[in-house]
Design a protein around this ligand. Structure first.
Ligand code: CTP
Ligand code: CA
Length: 224
């Protein structure tokens, strides 16, 4: 019903969204993860659907229901998220990476729960890097319009501008925190080749609709 009141800015487009954290197993009961409720990403998926797009949401573990009309693909680890994205990105004109992807995973995943050993202290966990999903998609020969998110704990403007160039994406959304995890509201700043400007603050769904309108306008301007 809500969709009927939204301009169909993305009709005929397919939008691929990543959301939530990833979880990197250490053993069957332990793992490494990032803080992310998935709320911002789910709001983006919902807003894109309202705007008339076909939406595929590749989601790490969250407690959220799939937005209405959105195809959700559940994954756990960064490697699974990478594989799910690469299998579907060819059909997408827009890729929005909101997921808080774990940067590293354990080199060894133990098949059985590791037991504490008396007097042995704590085990060292060797880590290896995960693939960078956004950078890999942006480096494809014919990439979709790529949008990244950056949650920085300090120096947002410098870090986000540098991150946008490093990932080679036309648009990066900076999260002005400090503590928006799990909350329903947020404050966002857009970084592009021209510089940066505030998108606004408030409810994540309201911000997501604004972001979708910005993306649609840029896609139109680029002749996509
Ligand atoms: N991202 C990704 N795959 C990764 C890491 C990050 O797709 N392995 C995406 C995130 O979804 C986000 C953007 O890249 O859209 C920026 O993520 P962020 O963690 O802020 O950047 P990193 O390059 O990992 O840098 P760092 O964590 O060191 O700040
Ligand atoms: Ca990271």
């Amino acid at each position: 019903i809500v969709a009927a009141f939204q301009p169909r800015l993305l009709a005929g487009r397919t939008v691929l969204v990543t959301a939530g954290p990833t979880f990197e197993a250490i053993d069957p009961v332990r793992g490494l993860t990032n803080r992310s409720s998935g709320k911002m990403g789910y709001a983006v998926a919902r807003a894109a659907r309202e705007a008339g797009a076909e939406v595929v949401l590749v989601s790490g573990p969250t407690a959220l229901p799939a937005p209405h009309g959105v195809q959700r693909i559940d994954v756990v680890s960064a490697q699974e998220m990478f594989d799910a994205v690469m299998a579907r990105v060819g059909a997408a004109q827009i890729f929005i990476a909101t997921a808080a992807v774990a940067d590293w995973r354990p080199v060894h995943v133990h098949a059985q729960k590791q037991k504490k050993q008396e007097g042995e202290g704590a085990p060292a966990i060797a880590l290896q890097p995960n693939p960078d999903i956004l950078a890999t998609v942006a480096a494809l020969p014919q990439p979709p319009f790529c949008v990244g998110f950056a949650a920085e704990s300090e120096n947002l403007a410098e870090n986000a501008a540098a991150k946008r160039l490093r990932k080679n994406v036309p648009l990066l959304v900076g999260n002005l925190g400090p503590d928006t995890f799990g909350r329903d509201d947020n404050r966002l700043e857009l970084f592009d080749a021209a510089g940066h400007h505030p998108l606004g603050s408030g409810d994540k769904l309201v911000l997501a609709r604004k972001l979708v309108a910005e993306i649609a306008a840029r896609l139109d301007r680029s002749g996509g």
